[in-house]
Write a protein that binds this ligand. Structure first.
Ligand code: NAP
Length: 266
């Protein structure tokens, strides 16, 4: 689907080898952007970059662990050497929680989840933001989650990290508005990606129970997140700044008892 033009724009999408990030990279390319495809996995990043190239745009795969400042600096320098600019940034990379009761959790694994989500989003935004401030132009979208907006049991790393990403979004939106940089967040509900499919397969989450809690009665698709992210990166969203947009089939609006989809008994 094409609905806006990113001609001459360069985007960096983190964690773009898979799931939502891959969909965002492809949607951006379909709308005219060149895409720096970051991931921690070279094969996945290269596959997405090939998809971008197949759409007639330039896809550049770059491996970097976002929690590592040196690796992020090298990634940004390499991207600037190739393209000379980064106009659009999507902080998307992520991992899941341990899914065990808090008293049984391993502190190092808790820290790793915080580091990839919150520290990674901070380091990447700070690093790329420097180039955006110089150019007096930039659009940033951070991927948070409905779990960053309301408590979920055992999500002691992911939830706080995603909540932190929402506040990081608002803080930078205010600080950088004067530089013509928009910073917004998107909070997906449950989306059918490899991350969620794996959690379902391993019994960490129960999709049947989750679906009953979703007013639209189904999980979302990566493309349904990608289109919203691309909108927020576009000039159509030029006056939206510091917002956090849930894209969740109605999940965060549901405040009643029982099933959200099958409400015939109410
Ligand atoms: P995904 O399919 O697992 O994709 C995430 C990608 O990020 C993977 O390729 C992953 O590599 C990569 N990654 C992990 N750690 C990284 C690091 N340190 N540096 C660079 N890349 C790294 O997940 P997804 O479902 O598309 O999720 C994308 C984002 O949406 C995440 O931030 C997630 O929290 C958020 N989100 C997802 C859902 C959902 O229902 N799917 C809901 C709300 C929010 P590996 O596979 O090697 O780890």
């Amino acid at each position: 689907m094409t609905f806006c033009s990113f001609e001459n724009k360069v985007a960096l999408v983190t964690g773009a080898g898979s799931g939502i990030g891959k969909s965002i990279a492809i949607c951006l390319a379909k709308n005219g952007a060149d895409v720096i495809v970051n991931d921690i996995n070279i094969d996945l990043a290269s596959a997405t970059a090939n998809d971008v190239n197949g759409l007639g745009r330039q896809g550049l795969p770059i491996i970097a662990d976002l929690s590592n400042e040196n690796e992020v600096n090298s990634m940004a320098e390499k991207a600037i050497n190739v393209f000379g600019r980064i106009d659009l940034l999507v902080n998307n990379a992520g991992v899941v929680d341990q899914f065990v009761p808090t008293v049984e959790q391993n502190v190092d694994r808790w820290q790793r989840v915080i580091d990839i989500h919150l520290r990674g989003c901070y380091i990447c935004t700070k690093t790329v933001g420097r180039y955006m401030v110089d150019k007096m132009y930039g659009k940033i979208v951070n991927i948070s989650s409905v779990v960053g907006m309301a408590g979920a049991p055992m999500r002691t790393a992911y939830g706080p990290a995603k909540a932190g990403i929402i506040m990081l979004t608002k803080t930078l939106a205010i600080e950088w508005a004067r530089y013509n940089i928009n910073v917004n967040a998107v909070s997906p509900g449950y989306i059918l990606t490899p991350l969620v499919e794996d959690a379902i397969t391993k019994g960490k989450i129960n999709d049947e129970v989750i679906i009953r809690r979703i007013p639209m009665g189904r999980l979302g698709y990566p493309e349904e997140i990608a289109k919203v992210v691309v909108f927020l990166l576009s000039d159509a969203a030029s006056y939206i700044n510091g917002a956090n947009l849930p894209v969740d089939g109605g999940w965060t609006s549901f405040g009643s008892y029982g099933d959200a989809f099958n409400i015939s008994s109410i």
